[in-house]
Design a protein around this ligand. Structure first.
Ligand code: ATP
Length: 228
């Protein structure tokens, strides 16, 4: 269930932010999408999910062609976009958040309770009182229980301590290995690169690098991300 973008362009009204982009986010892999502040990462995500205006191109998820401006159909096709607030219900407990997310007649390939110990430790705690990293983990668990084929996380590392980032990345790696396409968006390549199979860099709304992670890639990315 990969995500395939062909010539995808988008923005807000007449304003073009994302220029025609070809990109594949493969099932079973973690893909890191990086770029400086304002490069168009969030707009690209929002265009994929039908939340920004699509100016052209195709979005295919798991073989299904998704029409523009229909976030509901993207969700039904198995796409989850985790917003910066992590999309949890703050006035419900962790256990209640999970119960609401669970799709009937569906068992995730990876048990979220096994990869995210927080879910058991904090079951009775209100989600609104969790730390940013804990909310992140709850959001990921909700996506798993909903049967997501694609989990996209915007600003993954924002506000998280490095140790929490490492835990979250490890959990996402396990989830990807079960066949989910994981797309992580961040301003910094940092910790993401070690846990990603593929890296994509965006500059001024265009993909300027799309390569498997490996030796030498960090230097190329650092050069792209350096503030000039
Ligand atoms: P950041 O890391 O700061 O979130 P980003 O790479 O995600 O940056 P975007 O948020 O996609 O970048 O912004 C890309 C460009 O689109 C910026 O020039 C921004 O001013 C513009 N933009 C963002 N949101 C809107 C909007 N709602 N209407 C018009 N232009 C917008």
């Amino acid at each position: 269930m990969s995500l395939e973008l062909t010539g995808l362009a988008g923005g807000y009204g007449q304003a073009a932010v994302v220029h025609p982009t070809d990109l594949t986010v493969r099932a079973g892999e973690v893909t890191a999408l990086v770029g400086r502040n304002g490069a168009g990462k969030t707009t690209l995500l929002r265009t994929v999910f039908g939340l920004a205006d699509r100016h052209g191109g195709q979005v295919v998820l798991g073989g299904r062609t998704l029409p523009p401006g229909r976030p509901d159909l993207t969700a039904r096709a198995g796409g989850t976009l985790m917003p910066e607030d992590r999309g949890v219900f703050p006035s419900l407990t962790v256990a209640e958040n999970l119960r609401l997310a669970r799709r009937r007649d569906f068992t995730p390939a990876v048990d979220p309770y096994a990869v995210l110990p927080l879910l058991t430790d904090r079951a009775g705690q209100l989600a609104g009182s969790l730390s940013g990293g804990q909310k992140q983990q709850l959001g990921i668990a909700r996506a798993m229980l909903a049967g997501s084929a694609l989990i996209a996380v915007d600003e993954l590392t924002q506000g998280l301590q490095p140790s929490v980032v490492a835990d979250v990345l490890e959990a996402l790696g396990t989830i990807a290995a079960s066949g989910v396409a994981v797309l992580l968006v961040d301003q910094h390549a940092g910790a993401l690169l070690d846990r990603s199979h593929h890296a994509v860099a965006v500059e001024a709304g265009r993909v300027v690098l799309d390569a498997p992670t490996g030796p030498g890639l960090r230097d190329r990315l650092d050069a792209i991300l350096a503030v000039r």
